[in-house]
Design a protein around this ligand. Structure first.
Ligand code: CA
Length: 222
């Protein structure tokens, strides 16, 4: 899961980023409205945490632009107590939820989990399944039957992306954007290395699930 944080209070932004990363989200963080809009329009995020009062462009204007572009990414607005009017405007412009500063991190995480949940899904936030393969967030591991294996954070994130989109080919660029960030200089062969680790780990636990290569495009899980 990839989250964009747009917040100009650097300390708060960095604290949020740290908390989200510790909860195994991939995070991009920007500190002004212009970068916020640029990043948001890439369409690679699963959720955007958006401050309202920002230098360059307000959170409300960013939100308007996102919705004009028909991007349905969930947006969680961060508002100050005094910004009641903006909060209403934000919800009218297509924000999905808001959180009033200061907030406790548990609440932020719960709101993000709720926003990134697919509709109608019965959720175990800690677990993602594909056939008999299960991926666990808390322990950063996957199991097949009685066998389990630990994953590194990047392995976990790649596996999460593949399992959440099972049957679909995920292009390599998409994997880079989602996991390393779209300005990252990570190369395709880095991904290939992680995929080969994952394939070994799948075979270690005896999973009859394959990560297939779509030559020149990307990967899918089957
Ligand atoms: Ca602000």
């Amino acid at each position: 899961m990839k989250i964009l944080v747009v917040e100009d209070e650097v300390q708060l932004a960095d604290a949020l980023t740290e908390i989200l990363k510790r909860n195994r989200y991939a995070v991009d963080t920007v500190y002004n409205g212009i970068d916020g809009l640029d990043n948001a329009l890439t369409g690679i995020y699963d959720c955007i945490v958006l401050d309202i009062m920002l230098p360059g462009m307000s959170g409300i204007d960013i939100l308007r632009n996102i919705r004009n572009e028909k991007l349905s990414v969930p947006v969680l607005l961060l508002t100050a107590r005094s910004e009641v009017e903006d909060k209403i405007k934000g919800l009218d412009c297509g924000a999905d939820d808001y959180l009033t500063k200061p907030f406790v991190t548990g609440e932020l995480l719960a709101r993000i989990r709720a926003l990134t949940r697919r509709k109608g899904e019965i959720i175990d936030d800690n677990k993602l399944s594909f056939k008999d393969l299960e991926l666990f967030k808390d322990s950063c591991s996957m199991t097949f039957g009685r066998n389990d294996v630990k994953l590194s954070l990047k392995e976990y994130q790649i596996m999460e992306l593949l399992m959440a989109n099972s049957g679909k080919i995920i292009p390599k660029e998409r994997i880079i954007e989602k996991i390393w960030g779209y300005e990252s200089d990570v190369e395709y062969n880095n991904i290939e290395v992680y995929i080969s680790f994952l394939r070994k780990k799948l075979s270690v636990i005896g999973a009859d699930i394959k990560i297939k290569t779509a030559r020149g495009i990307g990967y899918s899980i089957e």
